[in-house]
Design a protein around this ligand. Structure first.
Ligand code: NAD
Ligand code: GLY
Length: 369
């Protein structure tokens, strides 16, 4: 089964293909996007872990389509989204004699997608790239929408460009090698889509989340394709995040602050921060009398049953204080004129952007959570 989701962005439109074992069709799908006369050598940017597990299959698929894969293998992990690794990558791509009409493949999780996408965006003032995401998070979120970035010592994702891929190929079968905690982190982002804009999808997840998490093919394909459909619709109406795109950050103002307060350590992954952040966003909305407590309980129950943290004591180690979390929230990228931005909810599936939240409400919530 292959589902194709269009991303409608005028001249920058592209398709997301979702299905099991699509890696075997990736060569043909990519070849169809290569302009006549362009290089048949395709740099494939990946990390060591993904390379060991899945590179050979992708290289064969490209070969069958008459293309030559040229591996560029980087260390795994968030630290790879750095100026140093960007410089190394750009140098390796230039050594491949990249031309303006060349096409680069980003084959990995969000780290590889963000870094290779950024490199493609700035190399020779922009070359095309294809995303072949290999984590659930990358398939439902980071490979779609054209945000690319690296981190600096002053924070995550502070340097980057908007650069849309030409094509996204999400092979759901490659997720079978993903560690459970990574699957859960991606699942938090899947749940986020239901919470921000589709109550029926959330209900579907309440019934089918276990099947998604255990890797049941049809359930995974539906979850990925539906998440991409929702993200594509939001990106199509607000490509550069001047409005609605901020809805995709439901749970992220709290989540990012919690990741920072726990030192970006093994204590809390990004997805776990998002899960806890979604619960806090619902609780904040309830404190402001915007949403029923029953909705908060439903969200908390589903995330907890899935195995995700839903309260501050669920984070191992010392509990971060409300003061520490607030310091990090004030530095959030979405802050405007010194005011924090929150994504609040009126119900499951009804999120909106607010800049009117008072800090004392947040402080009180964090002291109770
Ligand atoms: P990641 O890329 O670090 O991948 C997680 C780990 O899984 C890595 O160790 C990787 O080697 C391994 N891995 C990848 N695929 C695998 C597979 N199939 N089998 C086994 N192991 C595999 O992390 P991620 O969670 O995919 O992405 C996180 C990054 O995405 C962050 O840097 C975040 O800022 C970024 N992000 C970007 C956007 C965007 O819109 N651009 C959106 C959300 C997140
Ligand atoms: N992950 C948030 C966005 O793409 O806007």
């Amino acid at each position: 089964m292959m589902v194709t989701v269009p991303v409608q962005l005028g001249p920058r439109s592209y398709e997301i293909h979702v299905g099991p074992s699509l890696i075997h069709k990736a060569g043909a799908l990519i070849a169809a996007h290569l302009p006549a006369g362009s290089l048949r050598r395709i740099p494939v940017v990946t990390d060591e872990t993904v390379a060991k597990l899945h590179y050979q299959e992708l290289a064969s698929s490209l070969q069958q389509a008459g293309l030559e894969a040229r591996p560029i293998i980087l260390p795994p992990g968030e630290a790879t989204k750095s100026f140093d690794q960007l410089e190394r990558l750009i140098d390796m791509l230039l050594a491949e004699n990249i031309e303006r009409s060349s096409l680069i493949v980003a084959f990995g999780g969000g780290v590889i997608g963000d870094l290779a996408g950024f490199a493609a965006g700035i190399l020779k003032r922009g070359v095309d790239f294809v995303q072949i995401p290999t984590t659930l998070l990358a398939q439902v979120d980071s490979s779609v929408g054209g945000k690319t970035a690296i981190n600096t010592a002053r924070g995550k994702n502070l340097v980057g460009v908007f650069h849309q891929p030409r094509l996204v190929v999400a092979d759901t079968a490659v997720l079978s090698t993903l560690p459970r905690r990574e699957v859960l982190g991606g699942y938090a982002e899947v749940v986020k889509y239901g919470l921000l804009g589709d109550a029926d999808f959330f209900t579907w997840l309440e019934h089918n989340g276990a099947a998604v998490l255990s890797g049941t093919s049809d359930a995974v394909v539906h979850a990925v394709a539906h998440s991409c459909t929702m993200k594509a619709a939001i990106v199509a109406r607000d490509e550069r995040e001047t409005g609605d795109r901020a809805l995709l950050n439901l749970g992220h103002t709290f989540g990012h602050a919690l990741e920072a307060a726990t030192g970006y350590s093994d204590r809390l992954t990004h997805g776990e921060g998002v899960a806890l952040g979604c619960v806090l966003a619902f609780k904040l909305s309830a404190r402001l009398n915007l949403v029923d407590r029953a909705a908060v309980t439903r969200v908390e129950r589903h995330l907890a049953e899935s195995g995700l943290p839903v309260a501050l004591p669920d984070i191992p180690g010392p509990r971060p204080s409300a003061g520490e979390i607030l310091v990090h929230m004030r530095h959030d990228k979405k802050a405007q004129g010194g005011r924090m931005t929150f994504i609040l909810v009126r119900d499951i599936g009804q999120a909106f952007v607010s800049r009117d939240v008072q800090e004392n409400d947040v402080a009180a919530l964090l002291s109770d959570a």
